[in-house]
Design a protein around this ligand. Structure first.
Ligand code: FPP
Ligand code: MG
Ligand code: MG
Length: 342
């Protein structure tokens, strides 16, 4: 594995490219001559309100640089390639933000990124409309990239976000086996989280006109990093502190959701946990009981191990690109996904 140094630190290497991201989204992409609408839509892009990790655009920008350095010069490459990829990074963050606006309404979550959720400030109706507006504006700028394959790929993300949310809402059926529950949970994680990363990375490669191997490597990197990212998220819901995360802890169990830690724990304590999972932790004391069993099981560790496996697959994919500091920064970003605390 490459040594970690300032030369290939993903945060240092993307700093310049990232600096103007929120500002550009606010000023160029959101627009709107309606003050309340643009204020609500810009909520997470304001100066000082900028607590997001921004891993999605960071991935797209670093990957774009890495591919550019490696791929043989294509005669067909558009002269504005990096500008287009930067726009793509912005579009990706806008889609993500729109889904969070809607998500916090659906989940009834009061805080996000250490601040009140958008619906707490502007009300539910405006939060939904601001999310819709972000999607609409993202679509306009997506079309302006003038690449139908990219439009199709990025639109698939929105379909997947909705599908993942519905799968989560419906949950598994009472009496589903461990295996069925785990397969459905992982599929849901792909739709909810990994698809956005996978298809944004893929779109960056398509924009560059790179060959199928590079497009596939980009997709696989984003997909497996995304699956790992969500697995770690699900661990942090048990392990992390609410203040570091900027959102409530144990929100999954309290919402009735069985994620990897409790699904693995149920393999160790089936008699205690299966009935709680089936009734969605709804009876008094269920959440506390489930937490106790998860803590004394290997559920957290097995979830971390599974995340590690996906990080390694992501790294293997990106190693298809020729070595460069940008490529190595993507490897480090993958490791940081595992180590993160928020
Ligand atoms: C966060 O998950 C939510 C998502 C990753 C996607 C939510 C998708 C929708 C609400 C469908 C609508 C989509 C669009 C594009 C408007 P979480 O609730 O598990 O995590 P959290 O703890 O960060 O809230
Ligand atoms: Mg939520
Ligand atoms: Mg949710």
């Amino acid at each position: 594995a490459p040594e970690i140094s300032d030369r290939n630190d993903p945060f240092i290497l993307s700093k310049e490219d990232m600096k103007t991201l929120s500002q550009s989204i606010r000023a160029d992409l959101i627009g709107s001559d309606h003050p309340v609408l643009s204020k609500a839509a810009s909520y997470f892009f304001e100066e000082g309100q900028d607590g997001g990790k921004k891993v999605r655009p960071m991935m797209v920008l670093l990957l774009s640089r890495a591919m550019q350095l490696n791929a043989e010069k294509s005669e067909m490459a558009r002269p504005d390639l990096f500008q287009a990829q930067r726009r793509l990074a912005e579009i990706s963050e806008m889609i993500h933000t729109a889904s969070l606006f809607h998500d916090d309404v659906i989940d009834g979550a009061d805080t996000r990124r250490g601040a009140p959720a958008v619906h707490k400030v502007f009300g539910n109706k405006m939060a939904i409309l601001a999310g819709d507006y972000l999607l609409a504006r993202a679509s306009i700028f997506l079309a302006r990239l003038r690449n139908v394959e990219v439009v199709e790929t990025m639109s698939t993300i929105i379909e997947h976000l909705v599908r993942g949310e519905v799968m989560q809402m419906k949950g598994s059926d009472v009496g589903d086996s461990d295996r069925v529950r785990m397969v459905q949970y992982l599929r849901k994680n792909f739709y909810k989280t990994a698809s956005l990363m996978a298809n944004s990375c893929k779109s960056a490669a398509i924009l560059g006109g790179y060959n199928d191997e590079v497009v596939a490597a980009a997709y696989q990197y984003g997909k497996h990093l995304g699956i790992a990212f969500q697995l770690v998220d699900d661990v942090l819901d048990y392990d992390g502190s609410a203040s570091a995360m900027g959102k409530p802890a144990l929100s999954d169990l309290n919402a009735g959701l069985a994620t990897a830690p409790v699904l693995f724990a149920a393999e160790m304590y089936p008699n205690d946990l299966n009935k709680l999972i089936d009734r969605k932790f709804k009876e008094d004391g269920d959440v506390d009981t489930a937490v106790d069993f998860v803590r004394k099981s290997d559920g957290i560790q097995r979830t971390k191990d599974l995340a590690q496996v996906h990080v390694e697959i992501a790294i293997e994919a990106i190693e298809e690109l020729e070595q460069s500091d940008y490529r190595d920064s993507l490897i480090h970003l993958a490791h940081k996904v595992i180590d993160r605390t928020r």
